[in-house]
Design a protein around this ligand. Structure first.
Ligand SMILES: Cc1cc2nc3c(=O)[nH]c(=O)nc-3n(C[C@H](O)[C@H](O)[C@H](O)COP(=O)(O)OP(=O)(O)OC[C@H]3O[C@@H](n4cnc5c(N)ncnc54)[C@H](O)[C@@H]3O)c2cc1C
Length: 315
């Protein structure tokens, strides 16, 4: 018998089967999320859904909402710590939303496009503004949510508008002004809406200058960051007028280790996975560092990484 989402309460397996039957895109059960995060940690998702067309997402998000099934969004997994127990319900990965439509003054980008790849495309077309993102390993959607930035630039400077899907399965358009960008945040950060497409401003630049900046920024990262080991970039937000890395170094936390999670010797605001780190190891290390900084500086470091699947936000 054909399953329809309007049937009485579906269990998770029936919901998975419904996605398959309706041909709504690539879907797996019990997919290990460690495969989809740059820290290489995170337990399984009950259902892992990776659509190649945002319109198909409307039905899945709306359907999950009607069925009371929790939904979590995942981009490049480069700014998340996912619990070892994994995530219940549906995890929607944007990686296959790869649209790239060049218009006269803007480019419309699918949320799953990798930021370094888009930065390279800009360079190839002599378009300036995304040099800063050459070494930020997330997706464009994740970068908009987090207002990713570096080298005194950030996504806010380029975003013109954003298309999302609400938790009721409706599409919604935002102009830049509605997005309230701030330091590593935006109005979308705590909303249950999936970013599916982004319009970015095109500004012609000088190819040689773009090339020079990209090279310089990538070189700086190679020197300063432990990019040879799994990590999630900066673990803590910088407090006003200070650097989290400086405070962590000052309490002597460089090199602290729990299991295979270690505070990087190269950059104190990075925690690296030496191989078999568990999410609990990383979380315990985050907590130890917070306590040490709080004791010495009476200052509470706030995580920049997003904790998913932990009770009480990991506290
Ligand atoms: C080596 C390294 C260097 C880094 N350097 C920088 C840096 O210089 N500057 C900087 O800002 N960041 C940096 N980061 C962190 C990270 O790359 C950025 O925050 C990035 O923008 C996160 O994008 P993502 O696609 O990986 O998001 P994810 O980690 O997958 O998700 C982050 C959050 O956004 C949500 N999300 C993701 N995609 C969507 C979507 N389409 N719709 C709705 N919600 C979504 C998730 O649910 C989660 O809450 C670095 C990370 C690494 C590993």
């Amino acid at each position: 018998m054909r399953v329809t989402k309007d049937d009485v309460r579906m269990d998770l397996h029936s919901f998975y089967e419904w996605i398959l039957q309706e041909n709504l895109g690539y879907v797996l059960q019990r997919e290990l999320l460690a495969k989809h995060t740059t820290w290489r940690v995170g337990g399984p998702a009950d259902i892992f859904y990776q659509p190649d067309n945002w319109k198909k997402c409307l039905q899945v998000i709306g359907g999950a909402n009607k069925q009371g099934i929790p939904v979590t969004f995942l981009g490049g997994g480069s700014n998340v710590l996912i619990a070892d127990e994994g995530l219940r319900g549906v995890v929607i990965s944007t990686k296959r939303l790869q649209k790239l439509a060049w218009e006269k003054d803007q480019v419309i980008v699918g949320a799953g496009m990798a930021l370094p790849q888009l930065s390279y495309q800009f360079f190839q077309k002599d378009i300036r503004g995304l040099e800063f993102a050459a070494g930020i390993p997330g997706t464009v959607g994740g970068a908009v949510i987090m207002n990713a930035g570096a080298h005194n630039s950030c996504m806010e400077e380029l975003v013109l508008q954003v298309k999302t899907i609400t938790d009721e399965g409706q599409s919604k358009d935002y102009t830049k002004n509605e997005l309230n960008f701030g330091y590593r945040t935006s109005a979308l950060k705590n909303k249950k809406e999936l970013v599916v497409e982004i319009g970015l401003k095109l500004q012609l630049g000088n190819n040689e200058e773009i090339k020079k900046l990209r090279k310089k920024y990538l070189e700086q990262r190679r020197i300063k960051q432990p990019i040879n080991l799994p990590n999630a970039g900066s673990v803590f937000r910088n407090p006003p007028n200070d650097a989290a890395g400086r405070l962590i170094e000052a309490v002597g936390a460089k090199g602290w280790r729990i299991g295979d999670a270690k505070v990087s010797e190269k950059h104190a605001n990075f925690i690296v996975n030496l191989g078999k780190a568990k999410a609990t190891d990383i979380l315990s290390l985050i907590q130890e560092v917070r306590v040490a900084v709080a004791q010495q500086f009476s200052l509470s470091l706030e995580p920049e990484v997003v904790l998913l699947g932990f009770d009480n936000n990991g506290r």
